[in-house]
Design a protein around this ligand. Structure first.
Ligand SMILES: *Cc1c(COP(=O)(O)O)cnc(C)c1O
Length: 367
């Protein structure tokens, strides 16, 4: 099976992990801070705080902004953690419509804002690694006094108008799960230029313990243990050196697909704007409407050929946990009915890429 995505670990990564394991501190040591400094340097932001997952990072970012009791607008086309951590923090998610790329639709955000005055934040997702329309979103947030949180779990290393993702939102969340741009096995981060958010994130990550003189410490609120170990951070530092080559490789695969699939009668692909650098975390194909009914058969036929397809995402409001409060959203429903993600990752050989492209077209011809 060629998976839709997978990690890429080389001998340098393995050596880095082994040497961290042999070090004095395997957790809470200097490698954590080194990784954070390297991440901040790469992104061009002031502060980065690493966590044991993006889910923890989302949880903490919602807590820092004191959103409890308020609503936040977000996309239903995301991994459940984006919204789950809202429920965890007593925030009501309000789901908006998507655009043709599966990203938050700014028009639909404006409509929601006209009918609701309890909204305090906007949480976007860079679907498949393709940045949201940052300028428009920043304008809407400014006009309506909203915090902007970017769940950029798909887009570490991506850019908007030649500036790295991580520089726009009040807090940007990244994931270093095995399938994301770079991996620490499990892991995540908050990037921010706000010193206050940074200080709070560090405290909340580790029990809320504030170090005082000698052995003394102080607690002002409950914190957690959402730390990332030095061993994981050593892997992260090693992976970070390769992130640009990973993205370059994915872009090559996407370019091959683009050419191969141009003018095909079965599906379209995402149109990435020329001012956006996508990480190609996913390569979605969007089936034409006449094929939506056959999607299960198409999906199964691709699996049978050894192509590890996946669907991103079942809209969050369709889950039992969310069903009570939400109706369906037409654009999102249509996107969901059409979407299948096909393999695109740095471990694929050119033969793999050709095989996937041929097989996808073959399956669709016979359906
Ligand atoms: C992967 C992902 C997460 C969760 O990341 P973890 O590091 O596994 O907690 C959250 N949001 C989105 C959009 C993701 O793709």
């Amino acid at each position: 099976m060629i998976p839709y995505s997978t990690q890429y670990i080389d001998d340098d990564d393995i050596s880095a992990v082994i040497s961290a394991l042999k070090g004095d501190c395997i957790t809470q040591g200097e490698i954590v801070e080194l990784f954070e400094i390297e991440l901040a340097k790469y992104l061009g932001v002031k502060y980065v705080v690493v966590f044991n997952s993006a889910t923890s990072a989302l949880n903490i970012s919602y807590k820092i902004l004191l959103l409890s009791g308020f609503s936040a607008i977000t996309t239903p086309l995301t991994f459940c953690a984006t919204a789950n951590m809202m429920l965890e923090n007593d925030i009501t998610p309000i789901f908006c419509d998507c655009d043709s790329c599966g990203n938050i639709s700014v028009e639909s955000i404006k409509k929601i804002l006209n009918n609701n005055d309890n909204i305090k934040a906007l949480v976007s997702v860079d679907f498949a690694g393709n940045s949201v329309e940052v300028d428009e979103i920043l304008q809407v947030c400014k006009q309506n006094n909203l915090y902007f949180i970017s769940d950029s779990s798909h887009s570490f290393g991506g850019e908007y108008k030649n500036v790295k993702i991580g520089n726009f939102a009040d807090m940007t969340i990244f994931s270093f799960h095995a399938l994301k741009s770079i991996t620490t096995i499990e892991g995540g981060a908050i990037a921010t230029n706000n010193k206050d958010f940074y200080d709070k994130a560090r405290l909340l990550r580790s029990h809320g313990i504030k170090k005082m003189r000698l052995w003394n410490s102080e607690l002002d609120f409950i914190g957690y243990n959402f730390r990332l170990s030095d061993v994981a951070c050593a892997l992260g530092i090693s992976q970070l050196k390769k992130v640009d080559s990973f993205i370059e490789k994915r872009k090559k695969i996407a370019t091959f697909y683009e050419k191969r699939f141009s003018n095909n009668p079965y599906f379209s692909t995402l149109k990435i704007k020329d001012y956006i650098k996508s990480t190609y975390h996913l390569y979605p194909i969007l089936l034409n409407q006449n094929l939506w009914c056959a999607k299960e058969e198409i999906f199964q036929a691709m699996l049978d050929l050894g192509i590890g397809v996946q669907v991103h995402y079942k809209p969050i409001y369709q889950y039992n946990l969310y069903k009570k409060s939400h109706h369906t959203i037409e654009g999102v429903e249509n996107f969901y009915k059409s979407e299948i993600s096909i393999p695109c990752h740095q471990k694929m050989t050119i033969q793999d890429v050709e095989f996937v492209a041929d097989s996808v077209l073959k399956v669709l011809e016979s359906n």
